[in-house]
Ligand binder design. Structure first.
Ligand SMILES: CC(C)(COP(=O)(O)OP(=O)(O)OC[C@H]1O[C@@H](n2cnc3c(N)ncnc32)[C@H](O)[C@@H]1OP(=O)(O)O)[C@@H](O)C(=O)NCCC(=O)NCCS
Length: 169
């Protein structure tokens, strides 16, 4: 299969919504229609899609949070000056027919290496403690558990942090 990765455009919002609705399962807190719109509209992040032709088979949503309560840096106990250089992996869904091919890791790698966001020094995410599939994939790209917290729907979640190496030169 030839899978293409690219940021999703605003007019493909219904495809993101449809994939989330059909494939989210029990272990992810969904992103809202409004959040999908805002991410696709630009400025607050983006959503990277994995495409087979015109079919969206997976997506990874990324938020660039402001300094308010949605900034997971507060939960991680980061100092104030580090709250502005953050990106958050907010949602990731792979269609069940295409699971087991490492697409979450592929999308995570894309977010780390293909987005031109030099201001981002740290990546954060939360994963339900019982979501072993997703946890393994976040760890595979170097994220580590910094805390266990109850968040969103009250389930216990691992808070994950990936600090990028300091740039030299
Ligand atoms: C988490 C998720 C994105 C991982 O998808 P993926 O990248 O295709 O998973 P992997 O390639 O790492 O799969 C590794 C193995 O786990 C299995 N697996 C992955 N997700 C699974 C799931 N939800 N249920 C059962 N088995 C699953 C795969 O089939 C594969 O098995 P194999 O090695 O025997 O072939 C996907 O399960 C998903 O979309 N889940 C629903 C939404 C969700 O929970 N997102 C995470 C929010 S933090």
């Amino acid at each position: 299969m030839v899978v293409q990765l690219r940021p999703i455009a605003l007019n493909d919002a219904p495809k993101v919504q449809a994939l989330q609705t059909s494939s989210i399962g029990q272990l992810m807190f969904p992103i809202s229609k409004q959040e999908i719109h805002d991410l696709l509209a630009g400025g607050q992040g983006c959503i990277i899609g994995a495409w087979l032709g015109e079919a969206l088979i997976a997506f990874l949503a990324i938020t660039l949070p402001d300094l308010g309560e949605n900034n997971l840096g507060h939960d991680a106990g980061l100092p104030q000056h580090q709250l502005s250089g953050l990106a958050q992996w907010t949602a990731v869904v792979v269609h069940p027919d295409y699971r087991g091919k490492g697409l979450q890791v592929v999308l995570l790698h894309y977010s780390l290496h293909q987005l031109d966001w030099p201001q981002v020094r740290r990546w954060l995410a939360t994963v339900r403690c019982d979501n072993e599939f997703s946890l393994r994939n976040f760890r595979a790209v170097g994220a580590r558990v910094v805390k266990t917290i109850r968040k969103y729907d009250g389930h216990l979640r691992f808070l994950l942090l990936l600090e990028l190496p300091t740039r030299s030169g």
